[in-house]
Design a protein around this ligand. Structure first.
Ligand code: AMP
Length: 308
């Protein structure tokens, strides 16, 4: 694999989602799907996951059309794809899980194609931390490893999640997850606690309030939220953020504070587009020009003059 490929493992899903703006049934979703498509704007992606034979062919074609290597995606005959059913009521930052059917993920044991093992950038997107660990143990010498998770796994697989955190460079968490994991209500302190568990960098995503990057437990960058006036479906915001972030880091190949800050803004840019429509619909027609234009708007809205 090219040295700038991003390996991504996580859920590949059919999602049923209800928001105040509409309702969709069994549409393309999953943490690995959102993050892979977002990352693919910047770098080649190697996807690791599993689906059942109910997963529509058109979704496989869409992913393949985006420079996403699918040799690590297993299709299990006679089984059903992971299905998540969620709803957002008044507060679009707050996803309510109505049902999680792990289906094919219950028995999945990832085995990486030989070509994937040399990937230098790894994103362990949201899925059972046992699977995240299995993938990690098959990678030869990664340069940058990041992980994400959610309340479902914090509650059910805490010990394994702590093991994952010991082994990653970057932890992505949303504000509620950071508080839940550390039992610390203050987010700056929660980030310090997560840093103590292993990751050098902690990125706290605050939904419509932006994102914060902590380096060695110090706050080092705050990304403003993009001022959207219509959020249709927040599903996948965190994943497209992380995918955009990792894709950009892989593309630069240089891990320094300037690039980490840019990556946070590219991540925020991808997330802001993603929430403008259901499923991955907005990302399907997105161009690099759209991304760079919005990146510049992010810069403009936070610019201010030095003190006099
Ligand atoms: P987010 O970026 O947090 O909005 O992630 C949304 C995606 O997470 C959806 O497309 C779901 O399919 C997926 N998801 C929901 N629950 C789980 C879970 N327990 N494990 C892995 N993925 C999940």
């Amino acid at each position: 694999m090219g040295t700038n490929s991003v390996l991504i493992v996580g859920s590949v899903a059919l999602d049923s989602v209800e928001t105040p703006f509409g309702k969709v049934e069994k549409v393309l979703g999953g943490a690995a799907v959102y993050s892979s498509v977002a990352a693919s704007f910047f770098a080649p992606v190697c996807l690791v996951g599993v689906v059942g034979d109910d997963f529509p062919e058109e979704h496989l074609e869409f992913l393949a059309s985006r420079d996403i290597d699918m040799r690590g995606l297993r299709v299990v005959p006679g089984k059903k794809t992971f299905h998540w059913k969620g709803a957002y009521f008044g507060d679009l930052n707050d996803a309510h899980t109505i049902d999680t059917e792990l289906n094919v993920f219950e028995e999945f044991r990832p085995e990486l194609p030989a070509e994937y093992r040399s990937c230098k950038y790894v994103f362990l997107a949201n899925i059972d931390p046992d699977l995240q660990l299995e993938v990690l143990s098959q990678i030869e010498s990664p340069r940058l490893v990041a992980c994400d998770t959610m309340n479902f796994w914090i509650e059910r697989k805490r010990a394994q999640l702590l093991e994952v955190l010991k082994r990653v460079d970057i932890a992505f968490m949303n504000d509620a997850e950071a508080r839940q994991l550390t039992a610390e209500p203050n987010l700056n302190r929660a980030a310090s606690e997560i840093h103590k568990l292993g990751p050098k960098y902690v990125i706290v995503k605050k939904g419509e309030h932006g994102a914060v990057l902590y380096c060695d437990s110090d706050l080092c960058f705050i990304a403003a939220p993009y001022p959207l006036y219509e959020v249709v479906d927040p599903t996948g915001a965190g994943d497209s953020f992380a995918g955009g972030f990792m894709g950009y880091m892989a593309r630069t190949g240089v891990i320094n504070s300037r690039n980490l800050r840019r990556a946070v803004v590219y991540g925020s840019t991808l997330a802001s587009f993603n929430v403008q429509d259901f499923s991955l619909n907005r990302l399907r027609s997105l161009t690099m020009d759209d991304i760079n234009r919005r990146y510049e708007e992010f810069r403009r809205i936070v610019h201010f003059e030095p003190a006099e």
